[in-house]
Write a protein that binds this ligand. Structure first.
Ligand code: PLP
Length: 428
């Protein structure tokens, strides 16, 4: 396999783009080597500039749940594009999109469209602050909620991958209003509430974490957080940018049966276009301008092309529940297969898995929070990553990310993924 074109593009990119990439994890820093530059993708396959073909297990970090260039989405975009690309004015499709989201996500009564997951989380905490009249928020160590200042405190994903959990440029004032607790630990949350009585506006979390690798909530944890938030008058925000429309049609909240007050969405909701959304209880969402006093706006929000893609994607998911059965089966087959390989090779590594998300951690310690995630041997992960890439399997280039499966994966693809795992794990 040659990657000469990618290498020369990266050298060129570094001259004009910081670090040569437009989002940090893409740079392969934590796994070593140079990033591959992508030319195109279709279904379960992605192709680089040197025409190497890989089986996709990142899927644009989640959005491509039905595989790349899924035809109904492609058609909807092609149709929409004929009527111009942006109006900055209300459209029919935005109303239909809002109604669709409300019908699918159980706790959302009203919703506002934005352009990314980051925008969604930034807006959600502003609204929660406006609604409660309080300043502080609680987030969890290792959870990532985009690059808004308030969230770059003990953040996962690229922030931990790059070794800068607290980014320069975030003021002490902002940092002081973000309280952090370990994931899966209810006592720590209650202690923060006791020490900051009546000051906490919101508690935000990934109901299933993808950004310290995949970490599941322990039995009763989400309900425990719900109970604390209700008791303390705190707005509970589920950041379902990753889990929304993935863990079920109605996201993690539907899967676990625990309802937040607000939900943030991204990734799948745009079908691959830059889209995010935040929504929640009517009483809270009515604080948003122009209905209420909390300001939030966007020139391209509800963009007609993005809405066409998102609507086609959500409509398909809404009307084809078999998608989720298939994703469960694919997840069980891949993860079950890797578990068997680990047993056969007598390796005690941990796999965390739910539905179509999973992570393999190179540690014998059960991974339940950020501290335990950090026990993973990242040098080993780097070797595993490159072994898999050389075998034609495209994984996230960081230990602290989840992998995302799509319905485009065939039985043949699954067999290839497992064969590559066996060969690579044997050698490290
Ligand atoms: N929230 C979660 C849970 C995410 O995983 C991400 C991105 O990975 C974000 C928010 C930020 O979304 P975006 O990258 O679209 O700004």
């Amino acid at each position: 396999m040659t990657t000469n074109t990618s290498e020369s593009l990266f050298a060129q990119a570094k001259k004009s783009i910081p670090g040569g990439v437009n989002s940090p994890v893409r740079a392969f820093r934590s796994v070593g080597g140079n990033p591959i530059f992508i030319k195109k993708a279709k279904g379960a396959y992605i192709f680089d500039e040197d025409d190497n073909q890989y089986i996709e297990l990142i899927n644009s970090w989640g959005p491509m749940i039905l595989g790349h260039a899924f035809e109904p989405v492609e058609q909807a975009v092609s149709e929409a594009i004929k009527n111009s690309f942006s109006f900055g004015a209300p459209t029919r499709r935005e109303v239909e999109m809002a109604e669709l989201i409300i019908s699918m996500v159980p706790s959302i009564e009203k919703v506002r469209m934005v352009n990314s997951g980051t925008e969604a989380t930034m807006a959600a905490i502003r609204v929660a602050r406006g609604y409660t009249g309080r300043d502080k928020i609680i987030k969890f160590e290792g959870c990532y909620h985009g690059h808004g200042d308030s969230f770059l405190i003990a953040a996962g994903s690229g922030a931990v991958t790059m070794g800068v959990p607290d980014s320069p440029g975030v003021t002490k004032g902002v940092a002081n209003d973000t309280l952090t607790a370990p994931y899966n630990n209810l006592e720590a949350v209650q202690a923060l509430c006791d020490a900051n009585k009546g000051q906490i506006a919101a508690l935000i979390l990934e109901p299933v974490v993808g950004n310290m690798g995949c970490v599941l909530p322990q039995e009763g944890y989400l309900q425990g957080l719900r109970d604390i938030c209700t008791k303390e008058g705190i707005v509970l925000i589920f950041d379902e940018v990753m889990t929304g429309f993935r863990l079920s049609k109605g996201g993690a909240q539907e899967r676990f049966g625990v309802m937040p007050d607000m939900t943030t969405l991204g990734k799948i909701i745009g079908g691959g276009m830059p889209v995010g959304a935040y929504g929640g209880r009517k009483e809270i969402m009515d604080c948003v301008s122009p209905q209420g006093p909390v300001y939030q706006a966007g020139t391209l929000s509800g963009n007609p092309i993005a809405m066409a893609a998102g609507k086609a994607m959500l409509t398909y998911l809404n009307e084809n529940p078999g998608v989720y059965t298939q994703l469960e089966e694919t997840g069980n087959q891949i993860v079950g297969g890797i578990r068997q390989i680990l047993d056969k090779l007598n390796l005690k590594y941990q796999i965390n898995h739910i539905g179509s998300m999973y992570s393999l951690f190179f540690t014998e310690t059960q991974v339940v929070d950020f501290e335990t995630a950090k026990t993973s041997d990242t040098a080993k992960f780097g070797k595993y990553f490159h072994g898999m890439l050389d075998s034609g399997i495209y994984l996230a280039p960081s230990q602290y990310e989840a992998l995302f499966l799509s319905t485009a994966l065939s039985q043949e693809n699954i067999a290839a993924i497992l064969a590559a795992n066996e060969a690579v794990l044997k050698g490290i």
